[in-house]
Design a protein around this ligand. Structure first.
Ligand code: PEP
Ligand code: MN
Length: 364
């Protein structure tokens, strides 16, 4: 297990494997539902913690807003019962908190781990209030990314938690609301923007990153491929929504898995122990290094040609941007890309970047 994950879950973790799995319903809906899902999850050796929404932040009014205190009472009842998680420990629950009162109630009912939802992380006033309520406690806090792709807000909420003395903080990557001008059809409920989660990890290697493929995907069919992608991107944990009967769920029905679906997903997920032999990659990595250097020299040559072209355009009173030429270039390159078996989406994006830089160089 990575050192940082030990730090996050030190009260429970002993095993040397990742990812850390948190699963459970979007919302706690009844005692029977919570008990049924808890019993099913306790039979799964990989599940380390059970989530359950107690207060639900609804984007629009009129939906189910969570049961509040009764849900916490059932969690405590289950934690105090003889039911055990696969590691032999009493059931560990976690839930979202958005107000100081939520924190106080969680403490009253023995909840050790809470998370800030995306809508809360986006609001520093609310984050501050929750931090004050948490100050001095030894609770673990997961901070979901804010709704919009603003890394500084995400980092800021994590920093605020740490400044309030919270020792065990993790980040949850649940994707971002963004408008796609390129693809009118949106595949994901929330765009994963994986680069953002990777950048958070680059800046804060001490903070474990838990991916929430359920809220990214918004559809149960997308959960497994997203979970797999997250593991391949070296995430430390997964938070997955599971409901005994997703079709009847009060919230997020489309994205919740049945316990059986989670079990299948977990059995196909690779677990990374960090015991591989990276040296075996070296010869291939060396070739990739050489190719990257070659690409960079070619790009430098290409930009020098753009500078020469800029002079001629200036002398001849031609505009820098030449739509017809650009259309021909793109058409030709996409054809070559297809012949070479490269993804045309990727090459289109890459060439747009190169062309953008060429225009910038010519306007200098
Ligand atoms: C949730 O976890 O059910 C939830 C509301 O998530 P988010 O804050 O990511 O929208
Ligand atoms: Mn949900």
């Amino acid at each position: 297990m990575s050192k940082k994950l030990c730090i996050f879950a030190n009260q429970f973790m002993e095993q040397n494997d990742r990812p850390f799995i948190i699963a459970g319903p979007c919302s706690v809906e009844s005692r029977e539902q919570l008990l049924a899902v808890s019993e099913a999850l306790c039979r799964m050796p990989r599940v380390r913690m059970i989530r359950g929404g107690v207060w639900k932040p609804r984007t629009r009014p009129g939906g189910f807003e969570g049961l509040g205190e009764p849900a916490l009472r059932w969690m405590k009842e289950i934690s105090d019962s003889p039911l055990r998680m696969a590691d032999g420990q009493p059931v560990r629950f976690c839930c979202e908190v958005a107000r100081p009162e939520h924190v106080t109630l969680c403490q009253q009912y023995g909840i050790q781990t809470v998370w800030l939802g995306a809508r809360t992380t986006a609001n520093p006033f609310m984050v501050e209030e929750v931090c004050e309520a948490l100050r001095g406690s030894n609770m673990q806090v997961m901070v979901k990314n804010p709704v919009s792709p603003d890394l500084r807000l995400w980092l800021g909420a994590i920093e605020r938690m740490q400044q309030a003395g919270i020792q065990h903080v993790a980040a949850v990557h649940r994707g971002f609301s963004i408008y796609h001008w390129r693809n009118a059809q949106q595949v994901y409920r929330n765009d994963p923007l994986w680069e953002m989660a990777l950048e958070l990890r680059r800046q804060r290697p001490d903070i474990p990153v838990i991916c929430d493929p359920s809220h990214i995907g918004g559809n149960s069919r997308l959960v497994a491929p997203l979970a797999l992608a997250a593991v391949q991107l070296d995430c430390d944990g997964l938070m997955i929504e599971v409901h005994p009967s997703p079709a009847d769920a009060f919230t997020d029905g489309a994205q919740q898995l049945t316990p059986a679906e989670l079990s299948t997903l977990l059995s196909t997920l690779p677990y990374t122990s960090g015991h591989g032999n990276p040296a075996s990659l070296e010869p291939l990595r060396k070739q990739i290094d050489d190719i990257d250097h070659e690409i960079l020299s070619l790009l430098s040559l290409r930009m020098n040609l753009s500078r020469q072209i800029a002079h001629i355009k200036k002398e001849q009173n031609l505009t820098v941007y030449q739509a017809k030429r650009w259309e021909e270039v793109m058409k030709d390159r996409l054809q070559v890309a297809t012949e070479l078996g490269l993804s045309t989406d990727f090459i289109e994006e890459l060439l747009e970047k190169v062309h953008g830089e060429s225009i910038r160089v010519q306007m200098d």
